[in-house]
Design a protein around this ligand. Structure first.
Ligand code: SAM
Length: 319
């Protein structure tokens, strides 16, 4: 497979992920992709640390400007030592409760009750699909907060929430929504124009703070079997992950798939189309970035990155 240059990564991010979703990040990423000086600085970082979301999140976290390329560039060059140190120390851990709107149709269709185990859980905000409310077009499911909007096609939304009796997560660096520093980092990772996502973060964080999940510091391959063994009998174990495996090297992704397939229960994934090498994917419903929802390795639907749209293409709800 051809290795992407850093300039191409930024150009693709601008055109694929940020276009139509964050005009500010689209402008910044486009400008960075053509900026030899910034690209040379980024190329001094390990490859996994060069991502647009990490650079822009760190600059936001430091209080730097992210609206216009010129002021961003001046700030980045003047403060590169502190920016690059923070990029080396941190990772993108965006925790997007909105992705629960994409997981919900499958979770609601599985035998209840559920024991949820999320790998790459960040602060665990996707572990509360039963506590949030959802609006699919004009159909509302649940009555909690936040209310998650999702434009769904090809599927009838569930008419009831799942019943969750156990929730646990693994992360290399679990975040704690009761720690102001962790919430500040989660906030910095939200794209500039997305005030609705900031409101959602606050609402979902209060749900998690009121009933904290079991969050384990560990690796999604090495530490999964021991945590899964703690799931209660009499519940359907669902191991799930969203927007995680792109951060995991290919040999470890393969090892994870081997481990998760050995477990009793189901495996629900919401990941970029290329990371799991799934066969038989149809053409995405629109230009721009999409994740693929799959259950036990069978692809079911495309979804926009933050759970704002779901396009079902599988013949049935579960394989
Ligand atoms: C982009 S965040 C996604 C968080 C959450 N799944 C969501 O959709 O909101 C990816 C998370 O995966 C975690 N992660 C990456 N590699 C991991 C590994 N090998 N084991 C456990 N967690 C990992 C990161 O620390 C980060 O918190």
């Amino acid at each position: 497979m051809a290795v992407m240059t850093t300039a191409t990564v930024y150009a693709d991010f601008a055109a694929g992920e940020a276009h139509g979703v964050s005009p500010a990040y689209e402008r910044l990423a486009e400008a960075v992709s053509r900026d030899d000086e910034l690209i040379a600085l980024l190329d001094q970082l390990p490859e996994a640390k060069r991502q647009p979301n990490l650079l822009f999140g760190v600059v936001r976290w430091l209080g730097g400007p992210v609206d216009e390329p010129d002021t961003f560039r001046a700030y980045a060059l003047a403060n590169w030592a502190v920016i690059s140190a923070a990029m080396r120390a941190r990772a993108t851990q965006t925790n997007e409760a909105g992705r629960c709107a994409v997981l919900l149709p499958v979770l609601a269709a599985l035998p209840q009750p559920l024991a949820l185990l999320e790998v790459g859980a960040s602060a665990g905000l996707c572990l509360y699909p039963d506590r949030y409310a959802y609006r699919y077009g004009d159909q509302v499911v649940g009555s909690g907060e936040p209310l998650l909007d999702c434009a769904a096609t090809g599927i009838a939304p569930p008419d009831a929430l799942p019943r969750v009796v156990w929730r646990a997560g693994i992360d290399l660096n679990p975040l704690d929504v009761t720690e102001p520093a962790d919430v500040a980092w989660l906030d910095a990772l939200i794209w500039p124009e997305h005030e609705h996502r900031r409101d959602r973060l606050r609402a979902a964080a209060s749900v998690a703070a009121a009933d904290p999940p079991l969050l384990v510091r560990g690796d999604l391959v090495d530490d999964l079997p021991a945590l899964a063994a703690q799931a209660p009998d009499g519940a359907t174990l669902v191991v799930f992950h969203s927007s995680v495996l792109y951060q995991v090297p290919q040999p470890r992704r393969d090892a994870f798939v081997d481990v998760v397939r050995e477990l009793a229960g189901h495996w629900l994934a919401l990941e970029a189309p290329d990371v799991l090498g799934l066969d038989g994917l149809p053409t995405p419903p629109a230009p721009g970035f999409h994740n693929v929802l799959s259950l036990d390795g069978t692809p079911l639907a495309y979804a926009r990155g933050h759970g704002q749209a779901l396009t079902w293409f599988a013949p049935s709800l579960t394989p």
